[in-house]
Design a protein around this ligand. Structure first.
Ligand SMILES: Cc1cc2nc3c(=O)[nH]c(=O)nc-3n(C[C@H](O)[C@H](O)[C@H](O)COP(=O)(O)OP(=O)(O)OC[C@H]3O[C@@H](n4cnc5c(N)ncnc54)[C@H](O)[C@@H]3O)c2cc1C
Length: 339
């Protein structure tokens, strides 16, 4: 049965360790409890706000409504044949535990997404991605509960309108559904993507030419822990900004001024520029302003050195955006969800 508490501090539920209070707060561990919360929200005319692992969120004000902390767990093999397997995880499951579950069963696809923080249910919201792989590459479908009616709807990949760190759940269907379960379709034979960043180089350093799944996730773990701040020691929410996508025309003009400008193809007409590089060039890498800074080893990550509040994060974010705009004429967009 749903247990609703009042005036609960939210900072401990976020990896930024920043947050005001929730007017109402409840942990949900089953579909029935979500349906109870939907009924409560209708009766009391209070909105529902869903919280997973709190690793992609900046809470700037008191949340008027009921915050649901999702702890609905369980992973199941739905179908397996010679070519592929369909695996479903409930949305409150820890993402990396889910990746581990697939790796232990020699199912291929999610290795590069190992050690991304948070829950399975939040993964489709921003189409999580790392080292050249995105959730959409292995996504099969998701089941979601309508926050008004409680009815279940199945979303296939095309319904989710996935883009770079983007989906329909950030736009047209924002705050409309509780994602209940996600199913991925994985290969039963190796399907590694090793050419992004230093994955292959690191494997070769260990003398591994034909890796197993375990080798790949161990290598991903080594790369990530050497570059990214551990939120338990230095609170943060991962990349604060998205990489910038600019037109080819703008890219060519910038290249004349900055011949070393790093870039990747994005779409037919757009080029992706690493936001970390732009922030570093704008002079913000490692720069501390009050209790916050852009991380010294990876300028894309905004870190909380202790007693930061949302206003400190927002002030630094504004400064970074203005400096990048001045120097490159590029508008950075936040990846972290600000509520
Ligand atoms: C150190 C670090 C490194 C990171 N690296 C990466 C990376 O490499 N790639 C990447 O893509 N991300 C990365 N992230 C960001 C983050 O891990 C992902 O965005 C993750 O999917 C967020 O999951 P969460 O459960 O913590 O979501 P939360 O922060 O709790 O929620 C995020 C949003 O999703 C909504 N939401 C959550 N669950 C549900 C649900 N069940 N139904 C409907 N809406 C829901 C929330 O309302 C909120 O708007 C990193 C974060 C950290 C701290």
């Amino acid at each position: 049965m749903l247990k609703i508490q009042e005036n609960v501090a939210l900072a401990p539920y976020t990896t930024f360790k920043i947050g005001s209070q929730a007017e109402f707060f409840a942990v949900v561990k089953s579909r029935e409890e979500v349906l109870e919360a939907i009924a409560w929200s209708k009766l009391n005319k209070k909105p529902l706000v869903i919280l997973g692992g709190g690793s992609n969120i900046l809470i700037t004000k008191k949340i008027r409504g009921l915050v649901l902390k999702n702890e609905i767990r369980g992973i199941e093999v739905i179908e397996k044949n010679e070519d592929y397997a369909l695996i479903e995880a409930k949305s409150g499951e820890n993402w990396s535990r889910f990746v581990n579950f697939t790796v232990e069963r020699d199912l291929y696809g999610l290795e590069n997404l190992f050690l991304i923080y948070g829950t399975v249910g939040a993964a489709p919201i921003q189409n999580i991605g790392a080292y050249g792989v995105e959730l959409k590459d292995y996504f099969y479908h998701l089941r979601a509960l309508d926050l008004k009616t409680g009815h279940e709807k199945i979303f296939a990949a095309r319904d989710c309108e996935f883009g770079y760190r983007d989906s329909v759940f950030k736009h047209r269907l924002k705050n409309k559904y509780f994602i209940y379960a996600v199913t991925v379709k994985l290969k039963t034979t190796p399907d590694f993507k090793l050419d992004y960043g230093s994955i292959r180089e690191k494997l070769l350093e260990q003398g591994i030419k034909e890796p197993y799944c375990r080798d790949v996730i161990r290598t991903i773990q080594e790369i990530r822990t050497s570059k990214l701040p551990n939120p338990a020691l230095l609170p943060n929410a991962g990349s604060f900004f998205k990489n910038a996508e600019i037109s080819r025309v703008k890219f060519k003009n910038l290249l004349k001024k900055y011949p070393q400008l790093p870039n990747f193809p994005a779409t037919k007409n757009k080029v992706k520029i690493p936001a970390g590089w732009l922030i570093e060039q704008a002079g913000f890498k490692g720069k501390k302003i009050g209790p916050v800074s852009m991380y010294a080893k990876q300028a894309l990550i905004l870190v909380n050195h202790g007693a930061a509040e949302a206003k400190h994060v927002l002030a630094l974010s504004r400064k970074v955006k203005a400096a990048v705009k001045r120097k490159f004429g590029i508008d950075l967009e936040e990846e972290v969800r600000i509520i």
